[in-house]
Design a protein around this ligand. Structure first.
Ligand SMILES: C[S@@+](CC[C@H](N)C(=O)[O-])C[C@H]1O[C@@H](n2cnc3c(N)ncnc32)[C@H](O)[C@@H]1O
Length: 382
């Protein structure tokens, strides 16, 4: 990740604009954060003391898909803060335009082309399978959810290089994404060679809540396809699948795949057995009736503040504020850990001038995040 080591740093007064970037706010103290806007995308910088100097880096949870704007922001913020750059781990900064193929999950959900059938891949890794599918099945929209940023970036790069326009990469947990998608919007959901997590099966993606959401998101006769080299994973997945009455189960072993993923190639070379589980949704989905609104009632002045600590903890969701920074121009920023306990999300809340908003963007519009959002409203305005 790009970072800078700087001497004599004292966070610049905000807001200001420099080199096409907007520096929106900064916190007080030697250890803190600064909010940046580049090409209408917001992200955070962190600064903290390192020996006699200050290290500046980008926040992991908010960093944008391409890092050139981050490098520029680090240099501009260090300069505006009167600092001398001692060292930086990057060279020349190129100009950058954000890829259209990369979407924030909420952005994608709000504007995806409903005319195209959706094929979803949970954890696409090398991206070989999703990219091949995108080429072979060009009338479909191929949506990949991946938590590993370099994999998401690599898929975008390859898709752009190869002129493949019907693929979108979302950097997010696939379980949370499914929970936020509308019902009956997809024809296929793939979970290929998921991490086996044999020692902590709770972390497996193919869980009961995942299957429930996948079946809700699938249209009638849509198929959830698990492919794995782990017999114990497969056996457990089969047990889970049998709990769903409105889905037909089919299993296969050592079926040749139309598109082999990198993992599959490896397991084939080792002569491993490959297991397939197909779950076909037999039910017409009723649309989920609630549409989630993540606004804050900003016409009203908040009565309370979000302090550090646990805010809510129930079976359905968790909400805690694990960090808090006081801003230089009044207000505060808190880091929130929220949502489904098995797929917790990081989000930031910015409270300034009696207005409260998520920064840089709202959490994924999933039911568990919505419960957490309501707990925030209760704490702030209750
Ligand atoms: C073993 S790799 C398999 C990749 C690919 N499906 C293949 O067949 O080559 C599993 C991938 O799933 C991703 N992953 C794990 N948990 C995930 C989750 N909850 N949501 C999205 N991606 C996830 C990992 O980052 C990794 O890239």
């Amino acid at each position: 990740m790009p970072h800078i080591l700087a001497a004599n740093f004292a966070a610049a007064q905000t807001p200001f604009e420099s080199a096409g970037l907007k520096f929106l706010f900064a916190s007080i103290g030697k250890e803190g954060v600064a909010g940046v806007q580049a090409q209408n995308r917001n992200f955070l910088l962190h600064f903290s003391p390192r020996n006699d100097a200050t290290i500046l880096k980008v926040d992991k949870a908010t960093r944008p898909p391409f890092l050139e704007s981050v490098k520029l922001a680090l240099v501009e913020f260090a300069n505006a803060s009167g600092a001398t750059i001692i060292r930086k781990n990057f060279g020349e900064i190129k100009s950058v335009v954000f890829s259209d193929l990369f979407y924030e999950p909420n952005e994608f959900i709000a504007k995806f082309d409903r005319g195209k059938k959706l094929w979803i891949e949970a954890g696409f890794g090398s991206g070989r399978h999703i990219l091949q599918n995108a080429k072979r099945f060009s009338d479909k929209l191929h949506l990949g959810a991946e938590i590993h940023r370099p994999s998401a970036m690599r898929l975008l790069r390859r898709a752009e290089e190869q002129g493949v326009g019907n693929v979108a990469a979302l950097l997010c947990d696939a379980k949370t994404l499914l929970a936020a998608l509308p019902s009956a919007c997809a024809e296929r959901v793939f979970a290929h060679f998921p991490i086996p997590w044999d020692k902590s099966p709770d972390r497996r993606i193919f869980s009961e809540p995942f299957v429930k959401e996948a079946l809700r998101v699938l249209e009638k006769n849509g198929v959830l396809h698990l492919r794995t080299d782990s017999q114990s994973y497969f056996n457990r997945a089969l047990e889970i699948a049998k709990k769903f009455e409105n889905a037909a189960i089919e299993t296969k072993t050592n079926e040749e795949a139309i598109t082999r993923s990198k993992y599959e190639d490896r397991w084939r070379r080792l002569n491993k057995t490959i297991f397939d589980l197909f779950l076909t949704n037999l039910r017409d989905q009723t649309q989920r009736s609630i549409s989630y609104n993540f606004d804050f009632p900003n016409a009203i002045k908040p009565k309370g503040e979000i302090a550090r600590g646990l805010i809510a903890n129930s079976e359905k969701f968790l909400l805690k504020a694990d960090r808090r920074w006081q801003l230089a121009n009044e207000g505060y920023l808190v880091r929130l850990i929220m949502g489904d306990r098995l797929a917790l999300q990081t989000a930031y809340l910015l409270a300034q001038n009696d207005r409260v908003a998520y920064f840089p963007s709202e959490p994924i519009h999933s039911p568990s995040n919505f419960l957490a959002h309501n707990a925030l409203i209760e704490t702030l305005y209750g």
